[in-house]
Design a protein. Sequence first.
Length: 336
Amino acid sequence: MSREKEEKITETKDELFLDHALRPSKWDEYIGQNNIKNNLHILLTAAKERNHQPEHILFYGPPGLGKTTLAHLISKEIGGNMKITSGPAIEKVGDLASILTNLSSGDILFVDEIHRLNKTIEEILYPAMESGTLDIIIGKGPSARTIQLELPPFTLISATTRIAMMSSPLRSRFSGGTFRLEFYKNEEIADIIKRSASILGIEIKEETALEIAKRSRFTPRTANFLLKRCRDFAQVNKEDLNKEAVDKTLLLLGIDELGLNESDRSVLSTIIEKFKGGPVGLNTLAAALSEEQATIEEVNEPYLIQLGLLDRTPRGRIVTEKGYQHMNIKYPENKN
């Protein structure tokens, strides 16, 4: 391998290491979600004092808010190894059996997007969660028999962005606690940005961090992405990372002062221009935008509603007066 290729591989590894380092490794470094942290502190401390394995835990909420990070912190807190998988990755009963039988006492099994778990596999998971046993059926027909295997004590930590798609029996088995992660405040996002900047070796002022935070959709993952893009822009153009550089970077990315991207603005402009501000049904709106309904409903709408730019009513979607103002379009008098 040439020296140049070796240097490129090293740089890539260093970048991946830095990205991984942005994830908090201590509870004190985890900013926000204070109510969840306080509840987890009691749960984990009580389990440790009783010398028991912590009960199963479910985290849910929009993507990018820190569900996986909390699982890592719990694993470090109890000193157990964490095995990571996801709902779609467990395709067969044998896949789950292999994962469970390879766990050691005190381990944590983290299942991301658990709402996509096959219902047949769920049935095998129930006794594993409740009584620590794995029931395996060998053979078919009259000659079939069940073997019951004892599993070591473990904690299942699951995460989902769509808790409503989880079956009721599965939800009910998370006796340790079901916690909803909330969107972050801009001040909390700014603190996360300053911490990430320090790890990445970037000098950043309070006002610059807050400017990035305002456009980060209340989400740490988005904030870290924008911080790295602003760093790249400042580096390439030999500029300081200040508010002006942030404005230029986000203009290049098509992100406006509220954090809306081209797709978000298309939703608003389409409703205003083609449907007189609404109401308009999701099917019709998706057809007008040539976009999937799920994308509009899960990606665009939550943030637009959070900002008060869009209302979702029984009759359909309506752009609010604030939405008109943001799009620099006069709000119709007959809307009042």
